[in-house]
Design a protein around this ligand. Structure first.
Ligand code: PHE
Length: 393
């Protein structure tokens, strides 16, 4: 069902691209006018700047802007300046597909950055491939994002780890560090990332000898989770794994406490937002989530980035910011190394990315166009995230 939906969205986007050309005879002229000036390289970004995951898009876009202004201050790429065009997808896969098509067909971007969320990257990926414009996702962790069936998508890349690893990290942490035997899962069934991560966590936790006593579902945007949480509580789990995005997670945390559940909740990178704490109001204290990076890392590379980001935007960069920055750096570095600035040449250069020093770890792209990297576990104390440990792949 999920696969079918991704296909439908892709087909829709291709149809939109086709329609634009057919319906508007003047489109060719217009498109030319919209194309970047000869001395400018345009980078496209598809982001959730509004909606329930607005902080994802904001953080990523802020960091990409920082990377681009630094690259321009250092002379740009091949004698050209870089410019950024960002479209808001409101957190919707179908809007992400439309935005990607527009960036490619109308704005003629050299590279696409985004999306951060797997369901939306899955909607964009076939469009990048068809149009031969490279796509780099900063943080989409579902393994299928870079795959077309068994085949690696030639134009789709990511600079982060994937969920079979991320699910294992928290399953092991729950079983080995927290010494828990009985857990429950509450998953967002409309979200490829959530479903995938729930499955990987569940498989690993059982493999380690643990028991998944309840596995419940919801849909993003639901306000009332009490029925599922009551069913979960009746099975008496020691932990509830909620691999979802921050708005839903925070509400789930509050309602779990209202129902008297005292144990930890746990999740993945989708928890990472300042809004999580604002909405949860302490309900997630004692909980844990896996993530890509921590701003507490004393590495000067990280601390320089944290300082620059804070000076520019007035807040501590989250993992979305760190990886948005890294995705932009990899795009820029690849364009410098590319034999020319066509999609295929940039693609070839991205594919050769090796031991690139990003702020969220070193990036070497494997044959599936994924980066193999360590994860961190973050604990929540007094409604504040605190680094707990690093887990190597
Ligand atoms: N990994 C999530 C996904 O694939 C997106 C995400 C990454 C969200 C990092 C928050 C922080 O959907």
């Amino acid at each position: 069902m999920r696969f079918a939906r991704a296909l439908t969205v892709a087909a829709l986007a291709l149809a939109v691209a086709g329609c634009e050309k057919k319906q508007e005879p003047a489109a060719a002229g217009k498109q030319q006018a919209a194309a970047p000036a000869a001395d400018t390289i345009l980078i496209g970004h598809v982001a959730s700047l509004t909606g329930e995951q607005a902080t994802f898009g904001e953080s990523t876009d802020n960091a990409i802007k920082l990377a681009i202004s630094e690259a321009n201050a250092n002379g740009g790429v091949k004698g050209k300046k870089l410019a950024l065009k960002t479209y808001d997808d409101q957190g919707k896969p179908e809007e992400a597909a439309v935005a990607a098509t527009r960036l490619i067909v109308q704005d003629k971007v050299a590279v696409l950055l985004g999306e951060v969320a797997s369901s939306r990257s899955l909607a964009i990926a076939p469009i990048a491939d068809t149009n031969k414009v490279p796509q780099i996702s900063p943080t989409s962790t579902n393994p299928r994002v870079t795959k077309d069936g068994d085949k690696t998508r030639p134009y789709v890349f990511r600079v982060c780890f994937i969920d079979p690893f991320q699910g294992t990290v928290m399953a092991k942490f729950a079983h080995e560090n927290l010494k828990l035997k009985r857990v429950a899962i509450l998953r967002d069934v409309g979200n490829d990332y959530s479903v995938g991560l729930a499955d990987y966590f569940s498989a690993k936790f059982k493999e380690l000898g643990g028991e998944v006593v309840s596995d419940q579902s919801f849909k993003a945007g639901d306000q009332d989770f009490k029925a599922q949480l009551t069913a979960i509580k009746n099975k008496n789990p020691q932990l509830i794994y909620v691999p979802a995005y921050y708005t839903d997670v925070a509400l789930i945390g509050r309602q779990a406490r209202e129902l008297g559940f005292k144990g930890p909740l746990a999740g993945g990178d989708g928890w990472d937002s300042a809004k999580l704490y604002e909405i949860a109001q302490g309900a997630l204290d004692g909980s844990y989530f896996s993530n890509h990076y921590t701003h507490e890392n004393p590495d000067p590379r990280v601390q320089n980035f944290v300082k620059k980001y804070k000076d520019t935007y007035g807040s501590v960069p989250d993992a979305l910011a760190a990886l948005g920055y890294d995705a932009a750096l990899v795009a820029i570095d690849s364009m410098k190394r590319a034999t020319d600035l066509t999609g295929p040449a940039i693609r070839d250069a991205i594919e050769k990315t090796k031991d690139f020093h990003g702020v969220a770890g070193n990036i070497t792209l494997d044959e599936n166009h994924n980066a193999v990297k360590s994860a961190v576990v973050i604990g929540i104390e007094k409604n504040t995230p605190k680094y707990v440990t690093t887990v190597e792949p």
